[in-house]
Ligand binder design. Structure first.
Ligand code: ST9
Ligand code: FAD
Length: 622
């Protein structure tokens, strides 16, 4: 039986009943895709994930790859390889690969909806299989030479990596010391040691293309300090014929010199990668090409990072959803204790779903999982708008900015809420059994913890959210989002949601006040720079508070749709068939608003009372 429990019904509800994706299919860039085909794609991906990809999830954890330092290899377990091959042969990777290099044009809302199934069933398959997605960045930023390399990466389904981190350069990417020197033939030699590089070694592909940030040396005007002095190089594991893609048989001097032993996602090789060390491998130089022949590495790498941040948030949220559905199944079967209303010693024992605290816990899980699924798909809808404008030869700056604003919420808020709730609620629902390897929960918790760390820790997401996505953007995207929520509140809604809407209105006011307070502290830092510490004490708080508000709003939007369906008001009402589903939607929205939104007033009070006491405390007093 599969560990993976999906929620295809809710994915379709979001796409076609809430966010109106049917309206963009059959037109513009998506002319060749209709609703029925989109639904078939979703259903088939869901099946493959539940049956084939999930099959190796547990085995990959119990029998992780073993690094051989003599050969610099770390082959993956056979069961995982089988799942990986099934996924790549199914060809759905093409949905996120440009048509110009062998992909298919599909809306990002469909891509990220289906990604949930892969990321929930066996996320490392998505990561090892991301080569064609990386090819998109190579293609979009590349010269003709690079565009051909991108084609080869897709044709031959090579692996690819993003190579930023070094022992002394984690969050602070700009501290990276790896160097690049120009050769006479226009290629570059890379030297240095990178660490924590995902998918840098396996036996899954014939070649791996590393996208490496390094600092050019000896060229005037480039290679200065910080992130802006970094350039992006394409560095293959094996050299190849740039016309045909055939391997030349020559090894490039980039070797994996360690694979980390980790808490979770053990099958996803996390590698130390050594470039151009004469003592390592055959001592060959590590040769590569400068992407696009321009020194614009950090901006190019952010094309990868933005996509990977969306992926990491989606991975966490997908794990919470399957965690919840496993917990729900268990709770419906586990008999323990009597109903609280029957105090007799001989009272019949009931399933734990009869206990108020278990119901509370299940609704915490359901409401967050469904709210954050909506958050992912809503964000992807803005990406659809960006693509639709691009197809028409235009630029939709608002859609770009709102997508940018939402990304740290998907990544930072999504991962924090998911990993916490998986531990405190989903695993907890199983009691002692949750602690056992017999059930998938303990692996889910271990596998999801990384999501709040890599691709920028939550602290980094909070700073990105406030300083870049709000201040640098002059509040335009946030203003637009707040405006959408306000319009929702002002529109005549279903009376049943009156109290929830009132809670949302107060919470929106509270986050506006937190933002205002942070702006004041920021202004005050021009007079006294230490005020910037106050701002930075509130950045993660703001990220989480806005996440709660957006999620509450999305759930209430869903509840409005559900109430319409239940009342049979909408012409295509499926009320009787889906009664439980829609009632669950209304209940989740009301619950989320009642249990979370009042806390934002307390967060506001905390934010407004921030002083610099913690910064003045001597380190020795900690
Ligand atoms: C990692 C990998 O952790 C984990 C999992 C890997 C799985 C891989 C496989 C799957 C992924 C598939 C991906 C496929 C890709 C395909 C795509 C297409 C479909 N947004 O503020 P400044 C830029 S990897 C955009 O001064 P500092 C911008 O150019 C390791 N751009 O920063 C800016 O210039 P300007 C992950 C942004 O103080 C420039 O950077 N590591 C953004 O110099 C400088 O900005 C991390 O994530 C943004 N949000 O540096 C590091 N932000 O302003 C975390 C910056 O002129 N640390 N830029 O526009 C940070 O993010 C830091 O804030 C910092 C600070 C390094 C940016
Ligand atoms: P640090 O940056 O040292 O952070 C330590 C703590 O300090 C954190 O809590 C952090 O939030 C906090 N902190 C640091 N700076 C600040 C600040 N300015 N303000 C507030 N708080 C701060 N990297 C790649 O390049 N490619 C990969 O494929 C890749 N895959 C990974 C896979 C795994 C399993 C792991 C564990 C890591 C991977 N990484 C990868 C690296 C990952 O992106 C970094 O670990 C992450 O960005 C944090 O860097 P760090 O570990 O050096 O922690």
């Amino acid at each position: 039986m599969s560990h993976y429990k999906s929620n295809l019904r809710d994915v379709e509800f979001n796409l076609f009943e809430v966010f109106g994706r049917d309206k963009i299919l059959g037109t513009g860039p998506y002319e060749d895709l209709d609703v029925d085909t989109a639904k078939e794609i979703l259903a088939e991906i869901e099946r493959v994930c539940r049956e084939d990809l999930a099959a190796s999830y547990e085995d990959s954890d119990r029998n992780p790859p073993v690094f051989d330092p003599t050969t610099h290899t770390a082959p993956v377990p056979a069961a995982f390889k089988k799942s990986y091959d099934t996924w790549m042969e199914a060809g759905f990777w093409s949905l996120q690969t440009p048509a110009a290099i062998g992909g298919t044009t599909a809306p990002q809302s469909l891509v990220w909806s289906s990604a949930e199934f892969v990321l929930g069933a066996n996320a490392p398959i998505w990561m090892y299989g991301a080569g064609p997605f990386f090819a998109r960045v190579v293609y979009n930023n590349g010269t003709d030479r690079d565009k051909r390399i991108a084609e080869i990466m897709v044709e031959r389904l090579w692996g690819a990596t993003m190579v930023l981190t070094e022992p002394d350069a984690g969050s602070d990417v700009g501290a990276g010391r790896a160097k690049a020197t120009l050769n006479e033939d226009g290629t570059w030699n890379i030297t240095g040691v990178k660490r924590f590089i995902t998918s840098a070694e396996s036996d899954l592909q014939e070649n791996i293309m590393h996208l490496v940030l390094a600092r050019p040396e000896g060229i005037e005007g480039v290679g200065g300090p910080g992130t802006k002095g970094l350039s992006l190089f394409l560095v293959p594991k094996h050299h190849f014929d740039p016309e045909t893609g055939d391997l030349t048989g020559e090894r490039n001097g980039v070797y994996v010199t360690n694979v980390e032993h980790k808490m979770g996602i053990k099958v996803s090789n996390t590698c130390e990668l050594t470039f151009g060390d004469p003592q390592v491998g055959g001592g060959e130089p590590a040769r590569g090409w400068l992407l696009g022949e321009v020194h614009n590495g950090i901006a190019q790498m952010f094309d990868v990072i933005e996509n990977a941040r969306m992926m990491v948030g989606s991975k966490a949220i997908a794990t919470l959803s399957t965690g919840y559905l496993n917990a729900l199944e268990y709770a419906k079967e586990r008999v323990q204790g009597a109903d609280l209303t029957n105090a007799a010693k001989t009272a019949p024992r009931v399933t734990i779903t009869h206990h108020p605290d278990v119901r509370r816990s299940l609704l915490v899980q359901k409401s967050f999982a469904e709210a954050m699924r909506a958050l992912v798909i809503y964000t992807a809808c803005w990406q659809d708008d960006v693509a639709i404008a691009g197809f028409a030869g235009e630029k939709n700056e608002l859609a770009e900015a709102v997508n940018d604003l939402l990304l740290p919420i998907v990544k930072g808020y999504g991962s924090e809420r998911s990993w916490t709730i998986l531990g405190t609620e989903s695993l907890q629902t199983f009691g002692g059994s949750g602690f056992l390897q017999e059930y998938p929960l303990e692996q889910y918790v271990r596998d999801a913890k990384i999501d709040s760390i890599y691709e920028g820790t939550t602290a980094i997401q909070g700073q990105d959210f406030f300083f870049r996505k709000i201040v640098k953007n002059q509040g335009q995207a946030l203003g637009h989002l707040a405006g959408e929520i306000k319009s929702f509140l002002e529109a005549e809604g279903n009376g049943e949601l009156k109290e929830s809407r009132a809670l949302l209105a107060t919470a929106l006011e509270d986050v506006n006040a937190i933002v205002g307070h942070m702006f004041n502290d920021l202004m005050a830092s021009q007079e006294d720079i230490s005020n910037i510490y106050k701002v930075a004490q509130n950045t993660s708080r703001l990220l989480m508070a806005v996440g709660d508000v957006v999620c509450a709003w999305l759930l209430l939007r869903q509840a409005e749709v559900a109430l319409d369906k239940l009342a049979g008001a909408a012409p295509d009402s499926g009320a009787s068939k889906d009664k439980d589903f829609y009632e669950g939607k209304v209940a989740a929205a009301k619950f989320f608003a009642a249990y979370n939104l009042p806390k934002i007033s307390a967060e506001r009070a905390i934010a407004e009372a921030i002083d610099n006491a913690i910064m003045e405390l001597p380190e020795s007093a900690f």
